[in-house]
Design a protein around this ligand. Structure first.
Ligand code: PMP
Length: 427
């Protein structure tokens, strides 16, 4: 019999491209229909057919405290009573900006936007406006949202779909994006040499979490910092995933390397559509109305979204034990999964940092886009499907992260590991 999810997906495909409002949700690379989700609570999500799953996606990152965290829920309900949108400044915007600038290294000013895409697009514009230069160096397999210039050799859904560069991006836009190889400083140095005096910024995910999870090699981030300084370019950390997740101060705090500009999304909005970019005061002062870099938003700083973000960030600040716990949970989970794979003689390369992890279905080391792509995506799909039918909801692509949250319990993780022991033997 057809499930409700299948029926909804059939209807959706007639009126929404691919039936989804963001490509990876379509589950194409794992060869099945997506689940339509009805509700979520803590570490669990429930589909339209009433099935419960342990959620290791967490809405792709925002739900670090789990779904419907009481502090966030209460703040949102309270904000709702005051009205949905004013298009005028509010106290919550000041509070969230103060909180972030006080606790995140190097972020002296911050501007709220509505998504990670917008945050990156705006930060890149500010970098160009500030330096008067046009070229941006990005890394193959890093995803920075879907603005034109950032869709060159991108990760995430672009990589999953096997689309190297998007249609619809004018050659002129792509020409200003230079691509380097993650973890390969020589590839960056070469671009600096070839485009001397033209590079406005180097942008990267300090932990690349959109080609699976690829870790920066020892010294990579610091050396990039130095290279940018030598060449008069800005360093932009895209912390849409890592921000407030690796530590409250994100990768900057975790690795002790400071960027000039930082972009945020996901956790900063507590599950509401929020992004932000911030950094050195003199750069942020080039943004309108102070400076000539234009950027605006009807719904930016939305009161309900700010309430959600502020509540989640305050909880994280007041409960620093969250970071230790989610890191431990994540390590425990991947250790169990790794053992399960070893018992079944399934070659696996496992990466974990903080509450982010990835199982690459390959026996070879993974430290860039090329090596990530050597993973056996068919085997991943078999693993994914078998785990899903047993109630464990992982991201439906080899090239996405596992997100652990504060709501996951040891019992949840043990159940997942136990099921993986059976599944690994069948894939
Ligand atoms: N940067 C990074 C590192 C991301 O992971 C994402 C989304 N996964 C984005 C930017 C884009 O954010 P959004 O989907 O909110 O536009």
């Amino acid at each position: 019999m057809e499930t409700k999810s299948e029926a909804l997906f059939e209807r959706a495909q007639k009126v929404i491209p691919g039936g989804v409002n963001s490509p990876v949700r379509a589950f194409r690379s794992v060869g099945r229909h997506p689940l339509f989700i009805e509700r979520a609570e803590g570490q669990y999500i429930y589909d339209a057919d009433g099935n419960r799953y342990t959620d290791y996606v967490g809405s792709w990152g925002p739900m670090i405290l789990g779904h419907k965290a009481p502090v966030v829920q209460e703040a949102v309900l309270k904000a709702l009573e005051g009205g949905l949108s004013f298009g005028a400044p509010t106290e919550r915007e000041v509070l969230i900006a103060e909180l972030i600038t006080q606790h995140v290294p190097g972020v002296e000013m911050i501007r709220m936007v509505n998504s990670g895409t917008e945050a990156v697009m705006s930060a890149v514009r500010a970098a160009r406006g500030f330096t008067g230069r046009s070229k941006i160096i990005k890394f193959e397999g890093c995803y920075h949202g879907h603005s034109d210039g950032m869709l060159v050799k991108a990760g995430s859904g672009v990589m999953t779909a096997g689309i190297p560069d998007s249609l619809g991006v004018p050659g002129g836009c792509a020409a200003d994006t230079l691509t380097a190889v993650y973890n390969d400083l020589d590839s960056v140095e070469q671009l600096f040499q070839q485009h001397r005096g033209d590079v406005a910024a180097v942008i990267l995910e300090p932990v690349a979490a959109n080609m699976g999870v690829v870790l920066p090699k020892e010294g990579f981030l610091q050396k990039l910092r130095n290279m940018c300084d030598t060449n008069g370019a800005l360093l932009i950390f895209d912390e849409v995933i890592t921000g407030f997740r690796l530590a409250f101060g994100g990768a900057q705090e975790y690795f002790g390397v400071q960027a000039d500009l930082v972009t945020y999304g996901k956790i900063i909005g507590g599950g509401m559509p929020v992004g932000a970019y911030g950094g050195r005061r003199e750069i942020m002062e080039t943004v309108a109305p102070l400076g000539g870099v234009y950027q605006a938003g009807t719904l930016s700083g939305n009161p309900v979204a700010m309430a959600a973000g502020l509540a989640q960030l305050r909880f994280l600040l007041d409960n620093p034990q969250v970071y230790g716990q989610i890191e431990q949970s994540c390590a425990y989970l991947v250790e169990g999964l790794q053992k399960a794979a070893a018992e079944a003689e399934v070659p696996l390369t496992v990466h974990q940092i903080g509450s982010l992890a990835c199982l690459f279905f390959t026996g070879s080391p993974v430290d860039d886009y090329g090596s990530a792509k050597s993973s056996d995506t068919k085997r991943f799909a078999r693993y994914f499907n078998a785990m899903l039918t047993r109630g464990h909801y992982f991201a439906p692509s080899q090239f996405e992260a596992i997100f652990l949250g504060y709501a996951h319990t040891k019992e949840d993780l043990d159940r997942t590991i136990q099921d993986a022991r059976g599944v690994m033997k069948t894939i």
